[in-house]
Design a protein around this ligand. Structure first.
Ligand code: HPA
Length: 243
């Protein structure tokens, strides 16, 4: 049976409540938090709080390598990443969810590979399709069964943060083909590819991106987060068969 792991953002305390958690040492240091094991339906699911359990780590300070390698060490075959995003294009609205099928990476200065040359290995992983087709299909199928309107596809652009973007930067992202903007899918997704873990993301749209909405971004986030989170919970419940 596939061993699934959830990498979760803030506000998902219920998903890290399983056991007391395992602290996992890796060659890259410690992950953001202890890894918990939850029983969801018939599955033992690993769960890791990306920003730490007190939400103390900004996106550029997260040890993505340690997080993914820790999950690998505990036997994860597949990672479902929960990421909040803003929406750049007209594809979706705040409060909705999507399962993106492509990535753009604008991050810098993050440890973004396990093949960093220090171990005498030069490896160029194939990242043409950054998300696992099977895992994406499974999540979309679960969304369908749960009756959640979840968009199939779209391009997730990963920015450095922690600040939000300027309106001109969002215009540039749109010209580049971005549909969503967030700060955490990279290098998480590519490190998963490097260690051989399937990876897909549920993008929770909590705001219209900078310069796109008619309300201040933080007001949009406040008004939209619960809907996006409830939709995601329903997808996960259907995926793991807990309802
Ligand atoms: N930009 C970047 N990251 C985000 C946003 C955004 O508008 N919303 C949620 N995460």
């Amino acid at each position: 049976m596939t061993t699934y792991a959830l990498i979760i953002g803030s506000g998902w305390e219920s998903l890290v409540r399983g056991d007391s958690g395992t602290t996992v040492e890796t060659a890259y240091g410690l992950p953001s938090a202890p890894v918990h094991r939850l029983r969801l339906g018939e599955h033992d699911v690993l769960s890791l709080a990306r920003h730490g359990e007190g939400h103390t780590l900004p996106p550029h300070r997260i040890n993505y390598r340690a997080n993914v390698v820790a999950l690998k060490k505990l036997g994860a075959d597949a990672i479902i990443a929960l990421n909040t995003v803003g929406v750049v294009s007209d594809l979706r609205e705040s409060g909705q969810v999507a399962v993106p099928d492509q990535l753009l990476d604008y991050t810098w200065g993050r440890e973004h590979t396990i093949y960093d040359g220090r171990r005498g290995e030069v490896v160029h992983v194939d990242f043409t399709a950054p998300f696992s087709a099977d895992l994406r299909a499974g999540l979309l199928d679960a969304a369908g069964r749960a009756g959640v309107d979840c968009y199939d596809g779209g391009v997730y652009a990963t920015t450095q943060g922690p600040r939000l973007e300027t309106a001109a930067e969002i215009d540039r992202l749109e010209r580049d083909g971005a549909d969503y903007v967030g700060m955490t899918a990279m290098p998480e997704a590519v490190i998963a590819r490097e260690v051989g873990i399937d990876y897909a993301c549920i993008a929770m749209i909590v705001n219209r991106a900078a310069g796109r909405g008619d309300v201040p971004i933080h007001d949009d986030v406040e008004a939209s987060t619960t809907a996006a989170r409830n939709a995601t919970t329903s997808i996960l419940e259907a995926f793991f068969g807990t309802v």
